[in-house]
Design a protein around this ligand. Structure first.
Ligand SMILES: [Zn+2]
Length: 114
């Protein structure tokens, strides 16, 4: 994966993390100040649209995935499947920037759980 592609994804992940933190903070301390609601709605919408996240109690799990992806970028492991070590296709990473596994491994893992 090219450095400029990774840089672009990193930027997306960082702004996504900001949005998720905003929502989490808002949920934790929703007493303070009206008017923040609109902003949070916008953040929710953006995250849903960007990532197809299901907005629910999963927020913290989502945050963790984003942070792990950022960590992998820092350690130059980004874009490699954590299971088989193969490169994850850039197309997949564009849709799912925090993907941990390549498609075949993901499918294997998912079918194992059933
Ligand atoms: Zn794999």
């Amino acid at each position: 994966m090219k450095a400029d592609q990774v840089a672009k994804i990193k930027k997306r992940l960082l702004s996504l993390r900001d949005e998720i933190l905003k929502v989490i903070e808002w949920r934790d301390g929703s007493e303070s100040g009206g008017g923040a609601m609109d902003e949070i709605d916008q953040a929710n919408e953006l995250i849903e649209k960007e990532m197809g996240f299901v907005m629910s109690s999963n927020m913290r799990a989502n945050l963790k995935e984003v942070e792990e992806a950022l960590d992998r970028i820092e350690k130059k492991h980004y874009g490699k499947c954590l299971h088989c070590g193969e490169e994850i296709s850039p197309k997949r990473l564009e849709v799912l920037p925090f993907a941990r596994y390549c498609v075949p491994c993901q499918e294997k893992i998912e079918s194992k759980g059933r």
